[in-house]
Each structure stands twice: as structure tokens, then as C-alpha cells.
Write a protein that binds this ligand. Structure first.
Ligand SMILES: [Zn+2]
Length: 85
């Protein structure tokens, strides 16, 4: 996997967060992680809660199953902080 870019966007359509698998409507501020895997450019969308969660608990480890971050320990606390999903 080769990382290309990370940027904050306001979504122009509905996107699923890779961390919690929750669908977020257009107009949501999300972070896009762009990378190449198997010669394909991929865009992963991250909601605010999952961004914080990953920063705090995953230390750059991005091996998880889609939706797995929803179940993570300590998430409830972060969700309250960000008022996210
Ligand atoms: Zn999320």
C-alpha cells in the first residue's frame, strides 16, 4: 500500500466511513485517505469520531475490518466529544 494524500473535505455525496461503517450524508466533514493498493487508487472516508479514535488508539496501524472501530473500547467517550456517530 502506498499512501498518496490525506485531506479534509465536505462530502458532495453520501459516503460510508471505513472505520465505523456508518453512512454519512452529503455535506459532512470527513477526512479522505487516498492510497494505491493492487494498482488501484482507493479513497477511504473517515468520520470525525473514527479519525480521533484512530489517532488515539491505533498509532498508525490501519489493519482492521470495516466497521470494527465502532465496537472499540473508549469509543463512546470520543463520540461524545465529537458529537459524531
Ligand atoms: Zn467512522
Amino acid at each position: 500500500m502506498r499512501h498518496i494524500d490525506n485531506k479534509k473535505v465536505k462530502t458532495k455525496k453520501e459516503h460510508k466511513c471505513v472505520g465505523c461503517n456508518h453512512k454519512f450524508p452529503l455535506g459532512t466533514e470527513m477526512e479522505v485517505n487516498k492510497y494505491v493498493m493492487d494498482d488501484e487508487i482507493k479513497n477511504d472516508y473517515w468520520c470525525k469520531t473514527c479519525q480521533k479514535y484512530a489517532d488515539k488508539y491505533m498509532r498508525g496501524e490501519f489493519e482492521f475490518l470495516p466497521g470494527e472501530l465502532k465496537e472499540g473500547e473508549g469509543r463512546e467517550e470520543i463520540r461524545k466529544e465529537t458529537k459524531g456517530e
